[in-house]
Design a protein around this ligand. Structure first.
Ligand SMILES: Cc1cc2nc3c(=O)[nH]c(=O)nc-3n(C[C@H](O)[C@H](O)[C@H](O)COP(=O)(O)O)c2cc1C
Length: 376
């Protein structure tokens, strides 16, 4: 049975429990859903697109680079970034109001997300006839990206930016040809960050045991579950009004009025069901990439983000899907055991992604550029 069907079956069981209440909400919810869907699709089409032109004056190009940056992967889709524009540079800053204290107490994922955004900016800059040069000064907040004139060049990774998505579904089990694995390897390594690639069946089973251990610990943690639920957007209306967070449809779950979603969340989102879902997702994947940085410091976390975003763009260019499975690195006790399995000594495994072939899922939204650019 497909995961979407399993999810529906669990949902129906939960709806049966919540019976009367759901019946009252049902009819009007259907009408609102149809209206919401077309508004959502319009917003998605306006978000996930290339610029009309790459031949722009610097001030317009800079704004477009920020727009491309916001299309990057980021933890829980909180979009934890702000951008301060100067003549020839962009400062990419963390947004303290969009931290995730339960899953990310040390802001590791905030800096990894900033790194993802910076990588999109670096790839896009070339198309606009600019070279983007990021630098990190531990004494200053955020990442500074200097912009210099350069010959325009449109690359496969740039073309892939509006097509990339985190695809949290079952893949089709096909393996990736060696020449494409080599391209993924070239994309995923960086300055002080190494990517480890696992494609053997037994390796996927080994990694699955850390994924299940991490996921089980997280679902036993009330603060983690509450934080996650607060970022889920159950309906089109919720997703459209915030334009952030985890839209249920983007995870293959049904769209529901928010109050019904929250009512049944704890019945549907159980440890057993989630672990079974991850088992089938990982077993259907072609492989797993683990990003490991040399030092456990914000500059390296950001570099790991850059590497995983580049990897994701390269995968997208090769018609491969990807999804993060970070549970093994998010729970400190499991992270230590996972580091031992990886044989990386005292270094920190930063991020974990699975990849493979499969259909797309509905996309998630982003806040408009005007909301993330800080006025001087
Ligand atoms: C640092 C970081 C950690 C993430 N962790 C997870 C994760 O553990 N599980 C997951 O499904 N997605 C994870 N994601 C993916 C985000 O949820 C996803 O990028 C976001 O919802 C936006 O969706 P998009 O990538 O399709 O644009 C992570 C992304 C980043 C950058």
């Amino acid at each position: 049975m497909s995961e979407v069907h399993q999810g529906r079956r669990r949902l129906l069981a939960a709806l049966a429990v919540g019976g009367g209440l759901v019946a009252i909400g049902g009819g009007s919810a259907l009408v609102m859903n149809a209206r919401g869907r077309s508004g959502y699709e319009d917003a998605i089409n306006a978000t996930w697109r290339h610029s009309d032109s790459t031949d722009l004056p610097l001030s317009s190009a800079r704004r477009e680079l920020v727009r491309y940056a916001t299309l990057a992967a980021n933890s829980h889709n909180t979009q934890p970034w702000q951008f301060r524009l100067s003549d020839h540079s962009v400062l990419v800053l963390p947004d303290p109001g969009r931290r995730l204290p339960a899953v990310d107490p040390d802001d590791h994922h905030v800096f990894a997300s900033l790194g993802c955004a910076v990588e999109n900016m670096v790839q896009a800059a070339r198309a606009f006839g600019l070279r983007a040069v990021p630098s990190y000064d531990p004494g200053a907040p955020g990442i500074r990206v200097d912009l210099e004139a350069a010959p325009p060049e449109r690359t496969d990774l740039f073309d892939a930016i509006p097509h990339r998505q985190s695809t949290r579904s079952r893949y089709d089990g096909r393996s990736v040809p060696p020449e494409h694995l080599r391209l993924l390897e070239a994309a995923g390594n960086g300055d002080g960050v190494r990517m480890l690639l696992f494609t053997e069946r037994q390796q996927r089973e080994d990694i699955l045991s850390y994924l299940v251990a991490g996921n089980s610990a997280q679902l036993d943690d009330v603060a983690f579950v509450e934080e996650l639920e607060s970022w889920i957007r159950f309906s089109y209306g919720e997703a459209l009004s915030t334009r952030d967070g985890l839209f249920s449809k983007s995870s293959g779950s049904p769209v529901l009025p928010g109050w019904i979603g929250r009512l049944i969340f704890s019945r549907v989102f159980t440890k057993g069901a989630e672990n079974r879902k991850y088992e089938s997702q990982l077993r259907s994947s072609a492989g797993v990439a683990v990003f490991v940085s040399d030092k456990n410091e914000p500059a390296y976390w950001a570099e790991a983000g850059r590497c995983c975003q580049r990897f994701a763009l390269q995968a997208t260019a090769l018609q491969l899907r990807h999804a993060f499975i970070n549970q093994p690195v998010e729970v400190p006790a499991v992270r230590g055991q996972f580091a031992t399995y990886l044989g990386i000594g005292g270094r920190r495994p930063d991020l974990v992604m699975r990849f493979g072939y499969g259909p797309e899922l509905p996309r998630s939204l982003r806040r408009p550029v005007e909301h993330v650019i800080l006025q001087a």
